[in-house]
Design a binder for this molecule. Sequence first.
Ligand code: HEC
Length: 114
Amino acid sequence: MNLRTSLTIITLALMPQFVVGQTALTGKTMADTCAGCHGTDGVPAVAYIPPLAGLSAEDFSAAMIAYQNGTRRATIMNRIAPAFSETEIAAMAAYFASLPKPEVASSLRTRPEN
Ligand code: HEC
């Protein structure tokens, strides 16, 4: 195998990562990774996880930043929030704020005060 063939193979092998790396993650794409706990489109299946759908962008961003800097106590979000930049938080905030708030009896939903 000559050098040119080797380089072509290496370039082709790296292309998928290159393309993914170039694509800016949208708010929805990042938000989809939260669905395991917060439910599809930010509506959780269980009452002990807060819904994200319909949360104002300000409240969403404030919560994420507080989880990042440790000013808001958490069991899980303090580990997840640091993965996101300010721009990424803003993109997710806009996405979740655009979704309708779930209509569930408030007695079934408690927003943690921690
Ligand atoms: C493993 C489960 C889990 C995953 C995954 C998860 N969360 Fe959470 N989230 C929680 C829990 C539990 C809380 C309550 C605070 C705590 O104890 O961490 C919470 C609280 C929040 C809150 C505060 C909501 C409010 O009304 O005050 C925000 C905002 C939030 N999560 C955003 C996200 C985002 C964005 C993602 C995805 C990038 C995500 N979460 C992924 C479990 C999860």
